[in-house]
Design a protein around this ligand. Structure first.
Ligand SMILES: [Zn+2]
Length: 247
């Protein structure tokens, strides 16, 4: 049953010239990155962590915010993580001439593989950079790690930087871009997300309205499974390996 579904999905991928991927934590767990929101993830271990990484707390006490933020997101480990086979799957399809876009909830930046030209929308931002709230200057991970509390290198400014991820309480600014990406695609593939976080979780319904064929591959069932033409509950790595062999 599952094998037949995977074969049908491979055919659909083969026939589609443009594909949009919606991805979540399940894509990065194989790279050793903890799922920040799953039941075994660190958010549920201690609800105060949600408060310490909120927009309110950043503006209230930016110095203590940075200490907590670096600890909670294990920022100094970021440079050790490598993209895995699931991250490489979309770029392999792009190499075969398909137009590939990715809308990801992940903040680890691992979809931005060196040398690929696929369109990546980082819906919840990226942990690898931080920007100045005053002048907008972006600073890289090496700089963020260099100082306990990173401040803007622009001498006229020196404001405490704000991480480039969407903090609790921050507005989502990429939703329209994500919808536009879906509009320009022929097939939607959801990988490794349980679609529990809104407004990201509204994107499959949007694709459905547009009439796109849709598939989801996730270890567990999701509240949106009924929307999909293909629902595969299995280890992502194993399904992607099988798909790669068929393509
Ligand atoms: Zn500045």
């Amino acid at each position: 049953m599952k094998l037949k579904q995977i074969k049908q999905l491979a055919n659909l991928i083969e026939k589609s010239d443009s594909i949009v991927f919606l991805t979540g934590a399940g894509v990065s767990t194989a790279s050793g990155i903890p799922d920040f929101r799953s039941t075994t993830g660190i958010w549920t271990e201690d609800h105060s962590r949600e408060y310490y990484t909120s927009r309110d707390y950043f503006f209230k006490d930016p110095e203590d915010f940075w200490l907590k933020y670096k600890d909670i997101f294990q920022v100094k480990l970021l440079k050790n993580y490598q993209p895995n086979k699931v991250h490489k799957f979309p770029s392999d399809l792009a190499k075969k001439g398909k137009q590939v876009s990715i809308v990801t909830q992940n903040v680890d930046g691992l979809h931005r593989l060196p040398g690929n030209n696929q369109n990546v929308v980082e819906y919840h931002g990226n942990l690898n950079t931080a920007s100045c709230p005053k002048c907008g200057k972006t600073h890289n991970l090496a700089y963020i790690l260099e100082k306990e509390v990173p401040t803007c290198t622009n001498r006229d400014c020196q404001a405490i930087l704000k991480p480039d991820i969407v903090l609790f309480g921050d507005p989502i600014t990429k939703h329209a871009e994500a919808e536009a990406t879906i509009e320009s695609s022929e097939l939607l593939l959801v990988l490794g997300t349980s679609l529990l976080v809104t407004p990201f979780s509204l994107l499959p319904s949007y694709a459905k309205q547009l009439g796109l064929p849709m598939a989801i591959i996730n270890r567990e069932g999701t509240p949106m499974d009924d929307l999909f033409d293909f629902v595969i509950h299995d280890e992502l790595m194993s399904v992607v390996t099988q798909l790669e062999q068929l393509l």
